[in-house]
Design a binder for this molecule. Structure first.
Ligand SMILES: [Zn+2]
Length: 629
């Protein structure tokens, strides 16, 4: 398929994968062309995720994720290839041509997502307008009572959903078709047969059962509207806080249902505004409610996000982990949300976050605390937040204060599951010492308890790549074959470099002429690279199997000397030598065989051949230990 490949190629040529991946992953330069960071696709403590500037690919040796800039964006944003091309083009400011899709289904899904984003943007603007109207006085009064000024209201795009359920519908009906309205999660409708209200929980109501548009009405009525956005700031859902005081008005907080663009387990409230500060300060403040988040943010602490009241999911933890692995948690673990808070903390521990706990005085949430005591008091409390395990140990001692063996055992039983969740064995051991010291128990008891966890964990460890089976010569030739085509990208040609020298062309020439890689561990890989070179394909885009892709990645990512004509010639020479040694080895067996059968003619011919091979080999032919002489 030529399209949208042509445009994709144009975009790819202009994209710098290091810069684009760097928007999601903290990268550190670790070689001439190589950058490393913590993999965003699996949980890890030491970086096995690499990005190669020269060949414009990424590879993770932990989970084997790998590919080009589009693969990366597809995977991390969970979108289709055409959407990834569009996203990268947008980042680079390249205008999009008319998009074509791999399948009609893909086109339909992408179009649907586009429409759903548009209708949310439209609805968000509508709610903002409504907040300024005379009949929204009580909404403005509510926001004012929560200490929000006009600036904050505008920045968070807070709005008001009017009492009438038809105003939003009438505002958008001309621009969006009914399917989009139904799938948006913004509307409810009554079914003809049942008078009961149905919401659009089923994502695709069958087309035949559609009721006339007149039955659609806004799901959010008489509510203050807080938009929920993607990390890029696109509105994908809302939380509506009711302003009604009677019982019939539904829940205090009403959230958009899950839709094709919104999944609450994937979203962190305010991440779009907080992401830069989180990365810069290298920690996030995690609060429970959106209002807490807005207050903390407008008090000037920009690195704050909210989990929106539900327990943290591993997807959210990984999303956050892309910006920092340190978090100060400002939940109140003793309130109604205690179970959710516990689960969130447990998950953050197992996802290897460095956690501190900020405990405010009883009865204070961050919002109330800042409004009553001010920003400085909050910043001060933040600075005195406690390491999570210190906090847990204190809790255990408060719950079981007696110094009897039974009491100590109970405290230990309370702490054990928390410690067992820590992925790092080193950290677990340190904790064991700390806990036994603080509880006054023998640390060997605790270590014993932890031992079986350690062994069950180590079974799943990933081994390091074994490109070491390759010889240096093979590695040089693989690099050469995968080297960027200088003729087609003059910008990358270094100053002072021989303009006629093309590493890939030279390696290709020798290898196809002499088939020097025959029988080597890298034969399949080198053959694919030769084909790729002939067809001007991207080596990292080849349909290699997982272990071969891993092999190529590890060779290219290894720090190495610059490719020169001499380096390639030496590699070729070394492979020739190996080929001759193999032939000599083979010949030696035949010779022995001939001598045993007293075949003098054959022996003479073989001896002659041996002389020829040894001559071809030069003076160093006899050094080989592989010869059975
Ligand atoms: Zn990985």
């Amino acid at each position: 398929m030529a399209n949208p490949g042509d445009f994709a190629a144009t975009v790819k040529q202009q994209a710098d994968i290091v810069r684009i991946v760097g928007e999601y992953v903290k990268l550190r330069k670790s070689g001439a062309q190589n950058y490393q960071g913590l993999c965003p696709f699996h949980q890890e403590k030491t970086p096995s995720f690499s990005v190669h500037a020269g060949n414009q690919f990424f590879h993770c040796f932990g989970c084997n994720a790998g590919g080009d800039v589009f693969t990366f964006i597809q995977k991390i944003e969970n979108i289709t290839f055409p959407e990834a091309v569009r996203a990268v083009a947008e980042k680079l400011g390249i205008p999009m041509p008319k998009v074509s899709y791999a399948s009609p289904e893909e086109a339909r899904r992408a179009k649907q997502r586009g429409s759903l984003l548009d209708i949310h943007e439209r609805a968000c603007a509508f709610f903002q307008e409504q907040l300024k109207r005379p009949d929204a006085a009580h909404a403005r009064e509510y926001l004012h009572s929560r200490g929000l000024n006009a600036e904050t209201i505008a920045e968070f795009r807070i709005g008001f959903a009017p009492e009438s359920g038809f105003l939003l519908r009438d505002a958008v009906r001309g621009q969006f078709d009914e399917d989009v309205m139904r799938e948006s999660g913004l509307f409810s409708w009554k079914n003809k047969d049942e008078s009961r209200v149905t919401s659009n929980e089923s994502p695709n109501p069958p087309a035949t059962s559609h009721q006339p548009l007149a039955t659609l009405y806004s799901k959010f009525r008489n509510r203050v509207m807080f938009p929920i956005t993607t990390e890029q700031g696109k509105v994908i859902a809302f939380t509506g806080r009711t302003l009604a005081t009677d019982d019939k008005s539904g829940p205090k907080y009403l959230n958009s249902p899950e839709t094709p663009i919104y999944s609450k387990s994937r979203v962190l409230f305010n991440l779009d505004k907080a992401r830069e500060a989180i990365r810069k300060l290298d920690y996030a403040i995690l609060v429970e409610g959106q209002m807490d988040c807005i207050t903390v943010y407008s008090a000037g602490l920009r690195n704050v996000i909210a989990s929106s009241g539900t327990a943290f999911t591993d997807l959210q933890a990984r999303l956050l982990g892309r910006f920092s692995k340190k978090v100060v948690v400002n939940f109140d673990p003793d309130t109604a949300g205690a179970a959710a808070a516990e689960r969130s903390l447990a998950l953050l521990v197992s996802e290897d976050f460095e956690i501190k706990v900020l405990t405010l005085e009883t009865g204070f949430d961050p919002d109330l605390f800042i409004r009553k005591k001010g920003t400085i008091a909050y910043t001060d409390a933040l600075a005195h937040s406690q390491k999570y395990f210190d906090y847990l140990i204190e809790r255990a001692r408060a719950m079981y204060p007696s110094r009897t063996p039974e009491s100590k055992q109970k405290a230990l039983n309370y702490l054990l599951p928390h410690i067992q969740r820590v992925p790092s064995r080193l950290v677990r051991d340190e904790l064991a010492v700390e806990v036994s010291h603080r509880l006054g128990i023998d640390s060997s008891v605790l270590r014993q308890e932890l031992r079986h966890v350690a062994t069950s964990r180590s079974a799943g460890r990933v081994t390091t790549p074994a490109a070491t089976q390759l010889t240096d010569a093979e590695r040089v030739l693989i690099r050469a074959l995968a080297s960027p085509d200088l003729a087609h990208c003059p910008a990358t040609a270094r100053e002072g470099q021989d303009p006629d020298f093309d590493a890939a062309r030279q390696a290709h020439y020798f290898l196809t002429q002499e088939r020097l890689h025959e029988g080597s561990a890298a034969q399949a890989v080198i053959d694919s690279l030769l084909t790729a070179h002939e067809q001007s394909l991207d080596p990292m885009g080849l349909p290699l199997d997982e272990s071969d892709r891993r092999l190529v990645a590890s060779v290219l990512l290894d720090d190495h000397e610059e490719l020169t004509p001499e380096l390639i010639e030496n590699a070729v020479r070394s492979l020739r030598k190996r080929a001759i040694l193999r032939q000599l080895d083979n010949l030696q067996h035949q010779l022995k065989d001939a001598e045993r059968r007293n075949d003098a003619a054959l022996s003479a011919r073989l001896l002659q051949e041996r002389v020829r091979l040894r001559r071809a080999m030069g003076s160093d032919g006899r050094e080989s230990s592989g010869l059975h002489t």
